[in-house]
Design a protein around this ligand. Structure first.
Ligand SMILES: Nc1ncnc2c1ncn2[C@@H]1O[C@H](COP(=O)(O)OP(=O)(O)O)[C@@H](O)[C@H]1O
Ligand SMILES: O=P(O)(O)O[C@H]1O[C@H](CO)[C@@H](O[C@H]2O[C@H](CO)[C@@H](O)[C@H](O)[C@H]2O)[C@H](O)[C@H]1O
Length: 495
């Protein structure tokens, strides 16, 4: 576990006496009475959250993992309780979720959208219980905790050496529906609070910390973070501490690559210079990760495992999205081609990578591109996400994103399908050329690997769109049709 550093400091004037008392008064035991009174409200509230992964299954029970007071609940002033709960649902694993629960004797109307409910009995009887991350005042309490490294019950707060945190920065909640919840403090810092929590260090802390220590500047360096003491693993084992949240610099004035790409399509501008520079930034991050963290070589056994996972994804997605079924065999051919190469003795270098790279994960500032959100594919077990993988997976993710941008922005501009494909091909070529400049190797030279990863990502997207944005389903389905007919789909073009 990363050790808590630093010493206690005097409290800033912005926090009141109640907050001062609470942050130094830990309460560690899971509070069953508290959860019992909250359970019916949470069971109704959780399925409506974008970050709740179990929307397709009924909740059969909630179990407390820990309940930690940050401000005493139940009184005449707002309270704040940090909760970790396991959500029981049919299926082999029970997910653990992080909730920050605000309590208020009379919830102000500005917080009405955050209301979870009002318990009819138990310790919070009559109090409004709400999502504390919607309340700037309670978000400030969390920032104050991060300013003061140390322990609070099972929670451990750490700060990067030399990092200064001004706890008076006003909090603003990012409203966009995301996999997690993020709070911006005064346009200077952003705190990502992980909602679904896994035993072990989250790559969204691990990789940016490793990159910061290696001097890489393409990723915002963690300023502070918090963890919980040993959490049981997904398989019931003792999985060790789990990362709960990461505070990092907010890149004010940045625009994400997705928006920039759509703007450039709408304005009829080319994006190739940006794509090229994004390719270079990706390669620089990969090079730094390979130097900072363990690397390996994937031989036959590992590649067979990898291609088996890809094939499994096709099968399970075809069950959930029947429109994919006719392409199953043709898609699997891309994975077979890789497996054939390994059987012939070919091996591939693997290293830690981003794992879910797309244009929305790239922020353009005046100083260049920054990459964010190193969590990897959120639905996969943490151990799998932390395994070294071929960097081509990230490259393929970005290539898919250029295809998405052209098919989303192109029709509004009146482009034909050929014009959309030509735009995407130009950006893919520029991105790969930029990558090659910085990495010394061109990802297009490994066409079988790139095609397998593009295929795997397109299949992932089919399920993602079917679940979250059915109107967008045809974007990855069009890619599936193209990738399933490789003779008609030329390899990624060169400049
Ligand atoms: N360092 C940052 N600076 C500016 N904006 C950021 C930063 N980190 C994240 N964001 C914004 O917050 C959004 C959510 O962050 P992300 O890490 O992708 O969270 P999630 O895991 O919930 O998808 C991003 O789409 C981006 O717009
Ligand atoms: O929430 P995350 O950023 O972790 O990623 C998920 O949501 C993305 C959509 O917001 C989704 O990305 C897909 O759509 C993008 C356009 O909205 C496109 O640029 C990506 O290439 C495409 O994969 C992502 O797959 C999903 O994991």
């Amino acid at each position: 576990m990363m050790s808590a550093r630093g010493t206690r400091e005097t409290m800033p004037p912005a926090l009141d006496a109640a907050a001062t008392a609470a942050v130094t008064r830990p309460r560690t035991a899971p509070d069953r009475a508290l959860l019992t009174s909250l359970a019916p409200l949470l069971e109704a509230w959780l399925p409506g959250r974008r970050w709740f992964a179990g929307k397709d299954r009924a909740i059969t029970g909630l179990e407390p993992v820990s309940a930690t007071e940050l401000l005493p609940p139940g009184g005449s002033t707002p309270g704040l309780v940090h909760l970790l709960i396991r959500v029981r649902q049919p299926g082999p694993v029970t997910d653990c979720y992080q909730l920050l629960i605000g309590t208020h004797p009379a919830l102000p109307p500005r917080l009405s959208d955050a209301l979870i409910g009002t318990p009819e009995d138990g310790p919070l009887h009559g109090q409004a219980v709400y999502d504390a991350l919607q309340d700037p005042r309670l978000c400030s309490v969390l920032l104050e905790r991060l300013r003061l490294p140390g322990r609070l019950g099972p929670l451990a707060f750490s700060r990067a050496p030399g990092a200064a945190i001004d706890a008076r920065l006003p909090a603003r909640i990012l409203q966009a529906e995301q996999s997690n919840s993020s709070v911006v403090y005064g346009d200077a810092l952003i705190l990502k609070v992980f909602r679904r929590v896994y035993a072990g260090v989250n790559p969204d802390l691990e990789l940016p910390l490793a990159l910061a220590r290696a001097g890489n500047t393409n990723v915002p360096p963690p300023v502070a973070w918090f963890e919980t003491a040993a959490l049981t693993g997904e398989d019931g084992s003792d999985g060790g501490p789990a990362t709960l949240g990461v505070l990092q610099p907010f890149l004010a004035g940045s625009t994400d690559g997705w928006q920039l790409a759509l703007d450039s399509i709408a304005a009829g501008r080319d994006f190739a210079l940006e794509a090229r520079s994004l390719g270079r930034a990706t390669a620089e991050v990969h090079t730094a990760l390979a130097a900072a963290l363990p690397v390996t070589v994937l031989r036959r056994v590992q590649m067979e495992h990898l291609t088996a996972l890809m094939a499994e994804r096709v099968e399970s997605t075809a069950v959930a999205v029947p429109g994919l079924a006719p392409y199953r065999a043709a898609l699997a051919a891309a994975y077979e081609e890789l497996a054939d190469l390994t059987r012939a003795g070919r091996s591939w270098p693997a290293q830690r990578i981003h794992g879910d790279l797309h244009l929305g994960q790239a922020l353009r500032t005046s100083g260049g591109w920054s990459l964010i959100d190193f969590e990897g594919e959120p639905a996969r077990p943490l151990a799998e996400r932390r395994r070294p993988q071929p960097p081509a997976r990230d490259v393929a993710g970005m290539l898919r994103s250029f295809d998405y941008a052209s098919r989303t922005g192109g029709p509004d501009t009146g482009w034909t399908l050929d014009e959309q494909a030509a735009w995407a091909a130009r950006q893919c070529a520029a991105y790969c050329a930029g990558y090659a400049e910085a990495a010394g190797a061109d990802p297009r030279d490994d066409a079988a690997l790139l095609r397998a990863y593009e295929t795997d990502k397109a299949v992932y997207e089919v399920l993602y769109e079917a679940r979250h944005r059915p109107d967008w389903l045809d974007v990855p389905m069009a890619a599936v049709r193209r990738l399933a007919a490789p003779a008609a789909a030329p390899p990624t073009p060169r400049d």
